[in-house]
Design a protein around this ligand. Structure first.
Ligand code: ZN
Length: 116
């Protein structure tokens, strides 16, 4: 099995209306997103072209850059974002999406993979 990962980042504001702590207030993060895909087969020596992966991830994340995530999500937690990005990638890529990670900070990350 071959595994490939691509990463991207963007700056966004958000607030968590249901949260009891500081995250209830509007604030911002530099988000980092990593997506991992897999393939058993190679075509011309590649599982899939990195450009296809990166373009797919960027097209999903670009609308979030310098935007307020509450315009896209009812409750924009890293977990909800990881699931959203995973599902979008799974709909568009020709290879299996294994996992998506979303970092809200360099030390705090949520990941999502579909149970099968
Ligand atoms: Zn936050």
């Amino acid at each position: 099995m071959f595994y490939l990962t691509v990463e991207t980042d963007f700056d966004s504001a958000h607030h968590l209306p249901e949260h009891k702590g500081k995250c209830k207030n509007l604030h911002g993060h530099t988000y980092r997103v990593k997506a991992e895909v897999s393939s058993r087969e190679l075509t011309d020596g590649m599982a899939v072209d990195f450009k296809i992966l990166k373009d797919a991830l960027d097209s999903i994340c670009d609308p979030f850059d310098h935007a307020c995530l509450n315009d896209f999500f009812q409750n924009p937690t890293a977990e909800e974002m990881a699931r959203f990005i995973y599902d979008k990638l799974a709909d568009t890529l020709p290879v299996k999406v294994e996992k998506v990670w979303v970092w809200e900070s360099p030390t705090s990350c949520a990941a999502y993979c579909r149970d099968e």
